[in-house]
Design a protein around this ligand. Structure first.
Ligand code: ADP
Length: 523
């Protein structure tokens, strides 16, 4: 039998689940241990399955059912972990922060409520995936692009709530959202921004309303259940010009980053620009076993061979230009001068890399076509390949890029893992994503992965870098690093938590935000 929250007797728990079953219908509740329940484990967890295994799953089909479930959860104090499509892999997948908590799966709420071509937006429910929205837009023939996360099976709304990023000029998903509908723990339904004005036609046009902007507190949090969200969509541009530049030397990272900053800050490169490390690229199209011992990190001597076999650099820069051809041609002159001035830089365009899987999937992502190619990465280590992502934020500056790269690479090697990383330049900052890739079936690799991750959090915090998102296993520790002025920010989060959710039923522990009774238990 799965673990249950320790303040509930099995009778109370099963009674609550029975009542939820009566609300949603029996086929929409899973409460027995078996493959259906275990599909809600985190398949990439650095811990054993049971550490984050839920006790039950409930899938409502709309706001009214959510309200009824909340009433039952409040009556019995059943903790509910909300997911939209639950594909948040590398950060926990569908699993709750604590074993035994109940997953509230919003997959049935997958209606595309509106797509507006005139203004370029969609209004979606939580279960709508990137694939689904893309196919819908194609079928309707709308001249609009979406901005998918790398794996296209994820939820448009779920990824935005996690502060996920994409690859087109609309790559900062939270920045591009417009208007939310939220159900609070007590069942109250509210709309943010213009959505609170009855009769408005601007809910998806203007992000603000009148008074405080609250959207942010419903992201990476446990203050409510988001049931609708507006998302701006990019009008299809008249031209698209993706390009890739390879750089041969490790130390080129400094010059690349210095060249990218003004191009991004001045918006000459309009999309999410990525400086991708050699092994990230390699992991998409080959395996470690082809170049060395599958159980050990690759020696530096193997890297040169991968570079020449696959026409890759130590760093591989991807970006794109959009718009009328004369505009792209002009801008490209500036880009070529800035990024091509680094010795050894080689430019590639569509005709040069056709059929190359890592080029193909990036070209799709930068023009809003969802796909699943990046998942190839898990084949790199063989066995039961998995990864957790360590993702500190950095200024887009050469010194910082090199400092973070050296820090993470050296630590990874110390723990016998490959450095598989990329720098995603949004606008002024970079998300440095280190994909800590390991064979989950190997207990020793899992242990080393956890140890390495914990050390990295400390190292990064000491150097003044904080992570933008994390796996369930590291939420408390990272929350503890955002501790300026005696932890004033998390103290406020806890005040909000106690006020909005006094029984502590929503996603306990999300981002290190715990209900009062569990804070006391932890103390
Ligand atoms: P994706 O499948 O796009 O990766 P998930 O459904 O896994 O997204 O959601 C990512 C995380 O966001 C969840 O673990 C949860 O913490 C939070 N979340 C997802 N959907 C909601 C929602 N509708 N309301 C509140 N929080 C949510």
């Amino acid at each position: 039998m799965p673990t249950l929250p320790d303040w509930l007797t099995p009778q109370q728990f099963f009674q609550a689940v029975e009542e939820m079953r009566a609300v949603v219908g029996k086929q929409w509740v899973v409460s027995e241990d078996g493959p259906a329940l275990r599909s809600y484990r985190d398949a990439f967890s650095p811990e054993e399955d049971d550490v984050f295994l839920p006790s039950a799953v409930v899938a409502p089909d709309g706001v009214e059912q959510i309200q009824k479930i909340l009433k039952i959860a409040n009556d019995y104090r059943v903790p509910l972990w909300t997911i939209s499509s639950g594909k948040n892999f590398a950060y926990g997948g569908p699993a709750p922060r604590k074993a035994g908590h109940v997953v509230l799966d919003l997959k049935r709420m997958n209606r595309i409520l509106e797509v507006n071509e005139e203004f370029g937006y969609a209004l979606v429910e939580p279960g709508v995936t990137y694939f689904q929205l893309y196919e819908y837009i194609q079928k309707k023939g709308y001249k609009l692009w979406i901005d998918p996360a790398a794996p296209g099976w994820g939820s448009v709304l779920g990824n935005t709530l996690e502060h996920g990023v994409g690859y087109t000029p609309y790559g900062d998903h939270y920045m591009m959202h417009c208007g939310m509908e939220v159900v609070l723990a007590d069942g109250t339904v509210l709309r943010t921004g213009q959505g609170s004005l009855p009769g408005t036609q601007c809910w998806q046009l203007f992000q603000y309303g009148f008074g405080p902007v609250l959207d942010g507190i419903f992201t990476q949090s446990n203050f409510g259940i988001v049931t609708k969200m507006g998302m701006w969509l990019m009008p299809e541009p008249p031209g698209y010009m993706p390009f890739m530049i390879t750089y041969e030397r490790e130390e080129d990272l400094h010059a690349i980053t210095e060249a990218v900053r003004p191009l991004k800050v001045n918006m000459l490169i309009p999309n999410g620009a990525f400086t991708v490390g050699l092994l990230w690229e390699a992991s998409i199209k080959t395996t470690r076993a082809q170049y060395g011992d599958p159980k050990k990190r690759l020696p530096d001597s193997a890297l040169k061979k991968i570079m020449s076999d696959h026409k890759l650099g130590m760093w591989n820069f991807y970006a794109a230009l959009y718009g009328p051809k004369p505009m792209m041609d002009n801008t490209f002159k500036v880009v070529r001068e800035a990024l091509g001035g680094i010795p050894g830089a080689k430019f590639y365009f569509d005709e040069d890399r056709k059929g190359d899987p890592s080029w193909d999937y990036r070209v799709k992502l930068m023009r809003g076509i969802p796909n699943m190619t990046e998942f190839n990465m898990t084949n790199w280590v063989g066995g039961s390949g998995a990864h957790v992502d360590f993702s500190p934020i950095s200024p887009t500056r050469g010194d910082d890029a090199v400092k973070q790269y050296e820090l993470i690479k050296n630590r990874a090697h110390e723990y016998d893992f490959d450095y598989i990383g990329e720098f995603a330049v949004g606008w002024r900052d970079m998300h440095h994503v280190f994909s800590l890739t390991f064979d989950r079936s190997d207990a020793d690799q899992r242990r080393r992965a956890r140890e390495l991750f914990n050390v990295l959090i400390d190292d990064a915090a000491k150097a003044g870098y904080g992570e933008y998102r994390t796996h369930l296993a590291f939420m408390d520790k990272i929350a503890g690093t955002y501790n300026w002025n005696d932890g004033a920010l998390w103290k406020l989060h806890h005040k909000l938590k106690d006020a909005l959710d006094p029984n502590g039923i929503l996603a306990p522990g999300k981002m290190g935000i715990w209900p009062k009774h569990m804070r006391e238990e932890k103390a």
